[in-house]
Design a protein around this ligand. Sequence first.
Ligand code: MN
Length: 480
Amino acid sequence: MKQQQYIPTIGLEIHVQLATKSKIFCGDATEFEANPNTQTSAISLAHPGTLPKLNKEAVEMAVKMGLAINSQIAPQVVFDRKHYFYPDSPKGYQITQHTLPICKGGDLELELADGTKKVIRFHQIHLEDDAGKSTHEPDSDKTLVDLNRAGMPLIEMVTEPDLSSAEEVGVLLEEVRKMVRFLGISDGNMEQGSLRCDANISIRPAHTEELGKKVEIKNMNSIRFVKKAVNYEIERQTNLLENGKPVEQESRLFDTDKGITQGMREKEDANDYRYYPEPDLVPYRITQEWLSKIKSQLPKLPKQLKYEFIETYGLPEYDAGVLSDSMFLSRQFELLMDENADPKRAANWLMGPIQSWFKEQKEDTLELPVHSIAKAINWVEEGKMSGTQGTQKLLPALLSNYQLDLEQFANANHLFLSTDSSMLDEAIESVLKSHPEDVLRYKKGKKGLIQLFVGKVMAATKGKADPKQVVGKLQEELNK
Ligand code: MN
């Protein structure tokens, strides 16, 4: 029997931990992996009588994300209480936004592997605080509670159910991760939990319109696992329907070891949370003036950079994609362009030796000696130095000493190509003279020997000759 076609419908809820210096409603520090319960205060421990105070930095970061996805920004920030009991949430409720999210609507265009584009709409972005963290001790019945995370600022980005495959989910998450990094609002680090994702998945027979029962997979913190979980869940639901069994509406967890999703608890209805307006926080007004200021300071995002690199500098699409994907590379490329470096060669140096070097550095906010690098790039471009000398000798020396005097170093190490053709002719002549047998073998057809002669000539000229010119002259000489 031919299996029926099913169409998956997927929506995501993406939690992004904002990179504010302090928590969202108090001054506690937000460092990752501080000793347990050292970044807490009477407010994050929810002592009676304490009052939250809104961190404006968190508001600004949420607004930046909203502007980046074309959301409508709310005129004021108001919060609601969402009640539930968690052992790691001393308040007994989460402060979140239920009635008026800070950002409404929005969209993001994805570029899929086959080159097609797809727009994913967003339902909203809201601000909320995080709960603490419980660690269940293996081999013991103890659970440890760390409240450092309690009160950390989060935005929750809720998409419309516009996604229909694991691939699209992966591309969206990668795009969001890139965006939060470029916007400087989060480190986007999934392993550390700065970006977490819940996925709502349902399937329906291709010929029907009505959506199937949706299953929510909670709290995944790796793009690879999210994609695996989505694929597993689509397959699981398809098997159920194929066998005439219903899909239960439920929350499931993805077991990363087994690669399967498992039922967790029934989904609460919204009213179980007993939402009501947070009485301890006054509404915070977002003025048009403030909004335009943030808008004017928004950094360029990867998509815009890629477009500019192609349009303004004539880079191939591949190069533009690689450079614009990386905050470091795109920034350095722009700086090199300000120094009038040749665009294509600058791209090659950045994607090759500079990127390898950068990966070995343990810092991610490095700046390069762009003025000197641009000069070196252009020496190669103008034929004054071979590409090999440039990338293998000059560049490494420069990267280990930003103050390097380029001319002096290049001269001292004979890096400039010799323009003196009589010296080259002499070197070729003496190399061929001292290898009569090899010359004979070459003439009898062992054309590969040309590499040997090139090597000898390069050595004789101390690398100052232009390899291309050497090959040409050697062939000319040998074919006489
Ligand atoms: Mn949430």
